[in-house]
Ligand binder design. Structure first.
Ligand SMILES: O=P(O)(O)OC[C@H]1O[C@H](O)[C@H](O)[C@@H](O)[C@@H]1O
Length: 528
């Protein structure tokens, strides 16, 4: 296509939302009118699915759950008065609690006020709060946020070291919908211990966001933690940013949660339109389908040209991949669906992997996120008449063009500035695009059966460790790894057992391994 035809295509397909100040450009996705016509019946179905979902249908059939994240920003939509009230009550509870914390009315026993917030959670209980904190927290927030989002002891140490003496004025927030995920549980146990080491008590500084009745809920209420905030059954982790999961940490940092909710609500109205061309989420879903043949054949590379949006790709990685990456469709056919998502930020990535994007394997499409306003204050000139922001803008345009010229498609989402309102809108835009795309490819976007397999396997490894150690302890002589495996009837898990022992040996946990490390079958294990 020549430049003038492309300019026309740009204008023909440009979506603009005046109130949000958001542009969506899908002109650099190659599809034609025939494709659009062919997709219309599928979209009609997807719009019907969305209407049913928002009306309270069991949109997650495997788990027999409703899917209600759209109600969070517009409680009027909730299917029952009770749910509506729950949503309103939770926001009120958050605001009351946060106001008291900021004023020092809720305070730690050994300090005037809480200075820091340590958020312990993983997956959907971390990625949204991390993205929003990085994008929106003021430079000098009322409360500084830190995250433990893993079971990595060294990672936990780093956070605790950074907090140092301020641990006594740190509010600890444990977020887990299920209340039984091992990683946040481990983080919580370690932080409890760290507090005890300073003669502090967890319950005096702890709050939780979890489902009512969960293990975590029971612990928090029975031990008298400062407060608990509910997470409802009908909110999925990866769509929980507008629930207490995201709102509470945001409000504690001084981020305007009403603007966040309002941005999402406004976007929801736009993405509810049952018309492809005037619905930005439908345009995204259409583009994803067009580039990947409805089979996720191309990866989604997210390139925000704005440092404070660097975590958007990680946030979207879970939202898209955990929602769309499914083995079976709704009828149980094996389909192995999904779209891979990765990215960091421009122009930084132009000096890293964009080389491959331009010239290498064409297995992706790019999504540029452009922010029109460079900064709050005027920019100095780097060269006569040119600012750093002009460069950034030029790099984006240049990369988009260079990719397109080499048959690499892209989408560009443009917002005026990064603020709670536009971030709320972006979150809502992608949530809906994922919902629509899932309908187009006929999968359940709201369960994650694959995640369970990894959890079960990990539990088996720990059980094997337990059994192996029991035998090793009662064995005064050294024993080969295969004999040890035979003794616990785990010949088939000999490799796993070897790795368990190697890990324990590396951590002075009573296991000694002797022999040549490059010949694992010949190693002798001994308890000392
Ligand atoms: O909030 P939690 O129940 O602790 O779950 C945390 C995360 O872990 C799970 O394994 C799921 O894959 C995620 O969707 C979820 O967000």
């Amino acid at each position: 296509m020549d430049a003038i035809t492309l300019w026309q295509r740009y204008q023909d397909w440009l979506y603009y939302h005046e109130e949000i100040g958001l542009y969506l450009d899908i002109s650099r996705i190659r599809f034609d009118q025939a494709f659009l016509e062919a997709m219309k019946p599928k979209f009609d179905g997807a719009f019907r699915d969305m209407e049913a979902l928002e009306g309270g249908a069991i949109a997650n059939p495997d788990e027999q759950r409703m899917v209600g994240h759209y109600w969070l920003r517009n409680p009027e939509l909730a299917p029952t008065p009770q749910i509506k009230q729950q949503i309103i009550d939770t926001v009120n509870k958050i605001e009351t609690f946060v106001a008291k914390v900021h004023k020092g009315e809720i305070k730690p026993p050994q300090a005037e006020k809480f200075t820091d917030l340590l958020s312990i959670g993983i997956g959907g209980s971390a990625l949204g709060p991390q993205f929003v904190a990085d994008a929106l927290a003021p430079d000098y927030p009322l409360i500084n946020i830190h995250f433990i989002d893993n079971s990595d002891p060294d990672g936990i140490d780093r956070i605790l070291q950074r907090l140092g003496d301020r641990l006594k004025s740190t509010l600890i927030l444990v977020i887990s919908k299920s209340g039984g995920t091992p990683e946040p549980r481990n983080g919580m146990m370690e932080v409890k211990q760290a507090l005890l080491n300073q003669n502090l008590h967890f319950r005096d500084q702890a709050i939780a966001t979890t489902q009512i009745g969960s293990k975590l809920y029971q612990e928090a209420t029975s031990q008298g933690w400062l407060e608990t905030f509910p997470m409802e059954d009908w909110i999925g982790g990866r769509t929980s940013e507008m629930s207490a999961v995201g709102l509470l940490p945001a409000a504690l940092q001084g981020i305007d949660i009403h603007a966040l909710l309002q941005g999402a609500k406004t976007m929801d109205i736009a993405t509810r339109q049952p018309d492809i061309k005037t619905n930005p989420a439908a345009l995204l879903a259409l583009s994803w389908y067009a580039v990947g043949g409805g089979r996720g054949q191309k990866d989604m590379v997210i390139l925000p040209y704005k440092d404070r949006l660097i975590l958007l790709s990680r946030y979207l990685q879970q939202l898209v991949m955990e929602s769309l990456g499914k083995e079976k469709d709704l009828e149980g056919n094996i389909v192995n669906q999904g779209i891979s998502v990765y990215g960091n930020k421009g122009s930084t990535d132009q000096h890293a992997y964009v080389q491959q994007l331009r010239d290498g394997v064409p297995n992706f499409f790019a999504t540029f996120i452009e922010v029109l306003r460079d900064r709050q204050k005027p920019s100095p000139e780097i060269e006569p008449g040119v600012t750093a922001g002009d460069y950034l803008s030029g790099f984006l345009q240049g990369t988009r063009e260079a990719l397109y010229d080499n048959q690499r498609d892209s989408i560009t989402v443009t917002i005026t500035e990064v603020n709670p309102y536009t971030v709320g809108a972006l979150v809502a835009l992608y949530e809906r695009a994922v919902s629509l795309y899932a309908s187009l490819v006929n999968i359940n976007a709201y369960h994650q059966p694959g995640v369970e397999a990894g959890k079960k396997a990990a539990a088996q490894v720990l059980e094997l460790q337990h059994q192996g150690l029991q035998v090793l302890r009662g064995h005064s002589q050294g024993i080969s790894i295969s004999d040890l495996a035979a003794k616990i009837d785990a010949q088939e898990q000999v490799e796993t057992l070897y790795k368990i022992l190697r890990h324990l040996a590396a951590n002075d946990r009573g296991v000694e391994l002797s022999g040549d490390p490059s010949k694992p079958a010949q190693l002798i294990a001994k308890w000392r």
